[in-house]
Design a protein around this ligand. Structure first.
Ligand code: ATP
Length: 257
C-alpha cells in the first residue's frame, strides 16, 4: 500500500470575529500538496485574517488548521517550521541590513551558518538584492521589502509558502522574477498559497483557487471550474461577489468645466 498523500493545508470551520463581527465565518480550505493555490476575494472578504490563522499568528475563535500534516493550534512551533510567510507589507527589523536580516532569520531557524550564508547569497542574487544587501531595511522600497520578505520566507526551505498579495507592489520585471522563483519552488515539490486581487495572475499561475466573500469560501475548484461560462476569470469574480454600478449622476462635477 502506498503512503497516504498529506494535503499541504487543511482548514475546517475556521472562525474569527472582531468587535462582534465575523471576519472569517466558517471557512473550509484544502490545498493539495505541490499545488499553486489562489485565494481571491474583494476587499474585506477575510483573506488576510484566514491566512494569519493558517500561519499560526492569529488564534482562531473556532475550527482547526493542519499544515503539512501538523496541527497549527494550540502549539504553533512545529507547523511554523514547515511554512514560510510573506505579509502584504512585511514587518522586518528596520535597522538591520538585508544581509543581517537573513543572518538573523537563519539563527532563529537554527541553520548551519555556512549553509545559511550560501542560501542567503543565492536568494539575494536571484531576487536582485545583492547590491542592496548592506543597506538598512528602513530604506528599502515596498517592492524591495516584498522581495526581502520572500528571501526570509524561503531561507529554511519550507514545505508550504504562503503569501499575502505578493504581486501588489512589484514592477513587471520583479513580478516575472517572483513568478519564476515560485514556479521553481513548486517544481521542486513546494506548495504555494497566495491571496490576490489580480485575476490574470491567479489565472496564469494557479491550479486551484477559492473565491472568498464575507468570510466564507463561495466557490472552490480549478481555475476553469471557477471561471465557468464567464468570458474571463475577472468577470466570473465580479459576477460571484456582486459588481457595483457607479450610478449615472454621481461625480458629475468631475471634469465638467
Ligand atoms: N485586527 C482587526 N480588528 C478589527 N477588525 C479587523 C481586524 N483585522 C481585520 N478586521 C476586519 O475583518 C474583515 C476582514 O479583513 P481582512 O483584512 O481579513 O480582509 P481581506 O480580504 O484581506 O481584505 P483586503 O483585500 O482589503 O486586504 C474586515 O471587515 C476588517 O475590517
Amino acid at each position: 500500500m502506498g503512503e497516504a498523500v498529506v494535503d499541504a493545508v487543511v482548514a475546517r470551520g475556521l472562525y474569527k470575529a472582531f468587535e462582534g463581527r465575523f471576519a472569517v465565518d466558517g471557512m473550509d480550505l484544502t490545498v493539495p500538496r505541490g499545488s499553486f493555490y489562489g485565494i481571491a476575494g474583494p476587499n474585506g472578504a477575510g483573506k488576510t485574517t484566514a491566512l494569519r490563522m493558517i500561519i499560526g499568528v492569529l488564534k482562531p475563535d473556532g475550527g482547526d488548521v493542519v499544515v503539512d500534516g501538523v496541527p497549527v493550534w494550540p502549539d504553533t512551533r512545529a507547523a511554523k517550521r514547515r511554512l514560510g510567510f510573506v505579509a502584504d507589507n512585511p514587518a522586518m527589523f528596520e535597522r538591520l541590513s538585508g544581509r543581517e536580516m537573513l543572518e538573523y532569520a537563519a539563527l532563529l531557524h537554527g541553520l548551519d551558518p555556512v549553509e545559511a550564508d550560501r542560501r542567503a547569497s543565492e536568494l539575494l542574487q536571484v531576487l536582485d538584492l545583492t547590491a542592496d544587501q548592506g543597506r538598512m531595511i528602513a530604506d528599502y522600497s515596498l517592492g524591495m521589502r516584498k522581495r526581502m520578505g520572500l528571501a526570509v520566507a524561503l531561507l529554511h526551505s519550507p514545505a508550504v509558502l504562503i503569501l499575502d498579495e505578493p504581486f501588489g507592489s512589484l514592477d513587471p520585471v520583479n513580478t516575472q522574477v517572483m513568478e519564476e522563483l515560485l514556479q521553481r519552488y513548486r517544481a521542486r515539490g513546494g506548495t504555494v498559497v497566495f491571496s490576490s486581487h489580480v485575476m490574470d495572475v491567479v489565472e496564469r499561475l494557479c491550479d486551484r483557487m477559492v473565491v472568498m466573500a464575507d468570510g466564507r469560501a463561495r466557490v472552490e475548484g480549478t481555475v476553469a471550474d471557477v471561471r465557468g461560462a464567464a468570458p474571463t476569470l475577472q468577470q466570473a469574480f465580479v459576477d460571484l461577489v456582486g459588481g457595483r454600478d457607479l450610478g449615472e449622476g454621481e461625480l458629475s462635477w468631475l471634469q465638467s468645466s
